[in-house]
Design a binder for this molecule. Structure first.
Ligand SMILES: *Cc1c(COP(=O)(O)O)cnc(C)c1O
Length: 472
């Protein structure tokens, strides 16, 4: 069939907004989404046509009813779509901060769903019929898991540090090693946080070496605490020295000061028993004499975003009395998820199956390789012939600052461009990101790697269908 060639038209040919709103082809859209969102879409669609008219590129084809209706549908779909999209994390980083860190285990997802849709006894003591305290849901179990006297929960680890500094060191001094003045992704800088909490930072030692004497010499009547920060996302190697927690705890205790440790990730169990790089275990740090230990809920713990603080009952009580605690407290969804995750820790031998984060971190190379080999032909079939697809041994990362420099052996589907230009690969990565559920890999040298560690067998079919949509 021969189409007549398009004819240039000017803006006067555009239909008025009210008439478009009355088109039968839009009736269902108005019924489903309401008048105002459709009206906005119509105005935007017509404005786009007017811009084209001004450039003298508007044709009668642009004004065909089906064409305008399709454009309006698309604009409404975009305006009403949820902004928080699910993605496929094939980056190789398990605890990816930009992708929401830990994935909750099924038990926690159920607990969160229940707490969202049903009234829950969050601050209500069912036994006595009196008002309760949300912390009592979590504190005894968390304290027991960390062999600590007491525990409290806030919104995240940064909030835990803000609360600790604000409640225990406001207008006083906090001694920190220069080697630990860290910045963590997302504008967490220790000196800035210290200032925001109203505490004065006293830096001791040098970037690579700090000794116990450096701390001792910095003590003054204005000192409120000694703080040790786990240098999460970087490592100083070579001629370096820091002071053991037990020595700092001793020094602080001798001067009647609290010794606080910000562990960041922190593990509740010994990960080396599961073949993973050893990460400080919270209970071990408590046992060195630390008065308070702070760590995140959504890093190695494998739970929801939360800041967990464990340690001396006397200090936790001071934190709980501070007005900052009320401002930084966690919500019921966090409590529901944390409750369920900590319950799983009661049966530690099952954790490699039940705790999603640990399951992904300890997944066997054979299992990852099998996934990569099954999906390799599926991916190859969906890509243009310009790409070569192979299975390749790669290294995954734990992420979230845990054990920088340590990697986990993994397998990826590697995609290479057969043509000498690398532009095709970047464009392909872009197309993968524009799938309904975006596929995120990582570009490394001359290839795009899709690390299969976080793609469990149960999701393979869904992933295959997703990739299949690439085929034009
Ligand atoms: C990750 C991290 C934090 C921040 O934790 P959030 O839960 O993201 O607020 C603080 N300190 C250290 C050492 C960390 O590794």
């Amino acid at each position: 069939m021969a189409w007549p060639s398009p004819v240039a038209v000017d803006a006067s040919a555009l239909p008025p907004v009210d008439r478009v709103l009355g088109w039968p082809a839009l009736a269902l859209l108005v019924e489903r989404h309401g008048r105002s969102v459709v009206l906005d879409a119509i105005r935007a669609e017509l404005a786009a046509c007017r811009t084209k008219a001004a450039d003298q590129t508007l044709t009668d084809r642009d004004l065909a009813t089906e064409r305008l209706v399709a454009g309006i549908h698309e604009r409404v779909a975009r305006a009403t779509a949820l902004r928080l999209q699910s993605v496929w994390n094939l980056t190789g980083t398990v605890l990816h901060t930009n992708l929401g860190r830990a994935l909750l285990p099924a038990a926690a997802i159920e607990a969160v769903a229940r707490a969202q849709g049903e009234p829950v006894a969050l601050e209500y003591d069912v036994a006595s019929g009196r008002r309760g305290d949300r912390d009592t849901l979590i504190a005894p179990r968390l304290a027991a898991l960390c062999a600590a006297e007491h525990a409290t929960v806030v919104n995240n680890c940064a909030a835990g540090l803000l609360l600790t500094l604000g409640a225990l060191a406001r207008r006083r001094e906090v001694i920190v090693s220069r080697g630990e003045l860290i910045e963590i992704g997302g504008s967490f800088r220790l000196p800035d946080l210290m200032r925001a909490a109203g505490a004065r930072l006293v830096e001791v030692g040098t970037t690579n070496r700090t000794h116990l004497d450096d701390y001792a010499e910095a003590l003054s009547p204005r000192t409120a605490m000694i703080l040790k920060v786990h240098p999460s996302n970087y490592r100083i190697t070579g001629f370096a020295a820091d002071v053991e927690s037990s020595a700092l705890a001793g020094l602080a205790a001798a001067h009647g000061l609290p010794f606080v440790v910000d562990l960041g990730s922190g593990a509740l169990i010994d990960l080396s028993r599961h073949g993973l790089p050893a990460e400080p275990v919270v209970a071990d740090v408590v046992a060195t004499g630390a008065d308070l230990v702070l760590f995140s809920g959504d890093k190695l713990l494998g739970g929801p975003q939360a800041g967990l603080i464990v340690g001396r009952e006397r200090l936790i009580r001071r934190l709980n009395k501070d007005p900052l605690k009320r401002a930084l407290r966690a919500g019921k969804l966090t409590f529901a998820a944390l409750d369920a995750v900590l319950a799983l820790y009661q049966s530690p031998e099952s954790l490699p199956q039940t705790l999603t984060t640990l399951r992904l971190l300890t997944r066997s190379r054979d299992s990852i390789r099998a996934t990569a080999e099954r999906l390799c032909p599926v991916i190859a079939a969906a890509l243009p012939a310009a790409f070569a697809v192979t299975v390749e041994a790669v290294a995954s990362e734990i992420g979230s600052g845990a054990q920088p420099g340590e990697t986990l052996p993994s397998y990826a589907v590697a995609i290479r461009s057969r043509s000498p230009s690398a532009a095709g690969l970047t464009a392909l990565a872009g197309r993968l990101r524009h799938l309904p559920r975006p596929v995120l890999g990582r570009l490394a040298d001359d290839r795009l790697l899709l690390d299969m560690r976080c793609l469990e067998e149960a999701a393979e079919a869904a992933f295959g269908a997703e990739i299949g949509r690439l085929t034009p």
